[in-house]
Design a protein around this ligand. Structure first.
Ligand code: FAD
Ligand code: MLT
Ligand code: ZN
Length: 472
């Protein structure tokens, strides 16, 4: 018997150390880009058990892959093919620990599913704004480890802005108790912010204290048909002026991206699909009342129609209409997955330069890659586009990835560099982009990242090869 497996069984109980049967839920990533093989999948139920697992792996020099809901987009949460890595699944750690309504905070286990965190906030009469299409299965630990963005960033910020404190198991198997609910604490280096966005390479997040907000009095959703990305940007400027802090969502979707939704989910109807190059989903959250929110929205859309940046629009009459509009937006990644394997670019560009970026890069790709299909959608309010590439209609996806992925990436990432953007806005680096990172970070930045990794994980056992390339 492998002594490490015995130690893991002693730490978490034999039933929570999986080595046999179909482990693809843990070994295959959401996008089906990589199917690895784990030495074992270990499912601790408490922080102390996580610490014991890390200590056992550290003693054996065995790499650990922390995993939450396994919905990540960059192959960071699944094992490689070596059969040497232990997957540390946090999903049994799913307790809401405490709520402090006066402090506007909620403390949870890292394995809590995001939707359950949102519900716990709502049950306390408050609001946790982080929202993304994977919220029914992604975990708050994964959200923090990737510094997830989602659809409310324009008003509330990324996961980082929604977290006040963390509990972390270090690479040595010690517990750092940093579950503070303080909004001000300048006692030295900010360890919390170091772990947020580190994708499981510096420590294992086991708990978090989250920042809550008051619930809006009314939330309204609208869908606007816009003729171009330029027009979408004009609409964004108008929305900021008319709605101020009420603007909580601003999502743009290209016609081809939208057309995939009814193609794969025929029960869904997309407004103005044939009439406009882009659809924009706007959300207005108002602290006063629904009539006030509606009046503001109507004024905004009147001004936009007068300007010509919107050609048609609809404001949801009730919650179920609003949900149906959001459902279309959230179905795009699922429809894209149904369409087949694809190349994703999760990029950010200064908002003001997005129309020029799209005009140039669309033309470049169409010129250079025969039959390319662009699936362009995302969080325009944050300057974040999912500028994705699908193989030509009816083409062989595997062959397209094999022959064209490097070339497509090189073209898009060079454009991102020219436009002062980032090659990862919200999904992280994982293994998919690790080799690219050194070309997009300065030597000074990379040197500091390597020094931090070495200081916190000298054995290199936490998610090796993710974020920083192995040979680096
Ligand atoms: P996993 O996929 O399990 O892990 C992600 C990374 O975090 C891995 O590197 C893993 O090792 C590490 N990790 C996980 N848990 C821990 C932990 N407790 N401690 C330390 N490291 C850990 N992302 C966005 O930002 N915005 C979106 O709008 C968005 N929409 C999505 C829509 C769909 C349909 C899908 C499938 C994904 C979407 N994502 C989005 C990507 C994904 O949901 C997020 O990255 C999410 O934050 C990952 O959470 P998870 O629990 O699934 O993490
Ligand atoms: C989204 O905004 O829907 C996600 O980040 C998922 C994706 O990029 O496919
Ligand atoms: Zn996104």
């Amino acid at each position: 018997m492998n002594p490490l497996l015995s130690a893991l069984r002693a730490a978490v109980g034999a039933a929570n150390v999986l080595t046999e049967g179909d482990l693809s839920a843990y070994e295959l990533d959401w996008r089906r880009r990589s199917h690895g093989k784990a030495l074992a999948v270990v499912r601790p139920g408490t922080t102390e058990e996580v610490a014991a697992v890390v200590r056992a792996c550290a003693a054996a020099g065995t790499p650990i892959v922390p995993q939450g809901g396994n919905t990540g987009m960059v192959v960071g949460s699944t094992p490689d093919a070596s059969g040497r890595e232990v997957v540390l699944s946090l999903t049994r750690m799913n307790r809401i620990r405490s709520v402090d309504p006066d402090n506007l905070t909620l403390t949870v286990d890292a394995g809590c599913v995001l939707q359950n965190v949102q519900q716990a906030a709502e049950d306390a009469g408050l609001f946790f704004p982080l929202s993304l299409a994977a919220e029914g299965s992604c975990t708050i630990g994964g959200n923090l480890a990737t510094n997830a963005g989602g659809t409310q960033v324009v008003r509330y910020g990324n996961a980082r802005e929604l977290c006040l404190g963390l509990e972390v198991v270090t690479a040595q198997g010690e517990v750092w108790q940093g579950l503070s609910g303080l909004r001000k604490d300048n006692t030295g280096y900010d360890l919390r912010d170091l772990f947020i966005g580190s994708e499981g390479t510096l420590g294992v997040i086991t708990g978090a204290t989250l920042k809550l907000h008051p619930q809006p009095a009314a939330t309204l959703t609208a869908w606007a048909a816009v003729p171009s990305m330029d027009a979408a940007l004009t609409l964004l400027g108008l929305a900021h002026r008319h709605l101020g802090a009420g603007l909580t969502g601003f999502e743009v979707m290209g016609r081809f991206a939208l057309s995939l939704v009814p193609r794969h989910f025929p029960q869904q109807r997309v407004p103005f699909l044939q009439e406009s190059a882009y659809g924009v989903l706007l959300e207005n959250s108002d602290q006063e009342s629904e009539p006030h929110a509606r009046a503001l929205f109507e004024k905004l859309l009147e001004a936009a129609m007068e300007d010509g940046c919107v050609t048609d629009a609809v404001v949801a009459e009730n919650i179920s209409q609003a949900r149906a509009l959001w459902h279309i937006r959230e179905s795009i990644p699922l429809a894209q997955a149904q369409e087949g394997l694809n190349i994703k670019h999760d990029i950010s560009i200064p908002v003001s330069r997005i129309p020029a970026f799209c005009a140039e890069t669309d033309a470049l790709l169409q010129r250079e890659i025969a039959g390319v299909r662009l699936v362009n959608f995302g969080h325009l309010g944050d300057g974040n586009l999912h500028y994705n590439v699908q193989a030509p209609e009816g083409g062989d996806m595997q062959a397209f990835l094999r022959d064209q992925e490097e070339r497509v990436n090189a073209l898009v990432f060079e454009q991102v560099r020219r436009f002062d953007g980032s090659i990862s806005a919200e999904h992280g680096i994982g293994t998919l982009k690790a080799a690219k990172l050194p070309h997009h970070k300065s030597p000074v930045a990379l040197g500091m990242m390597r020094a931090l990794k070495k200081a916190l994980d000298p054995q290199g056992i936490l998610n090796p090869g993710r974020v920083l390339p192995l040979a680096d």
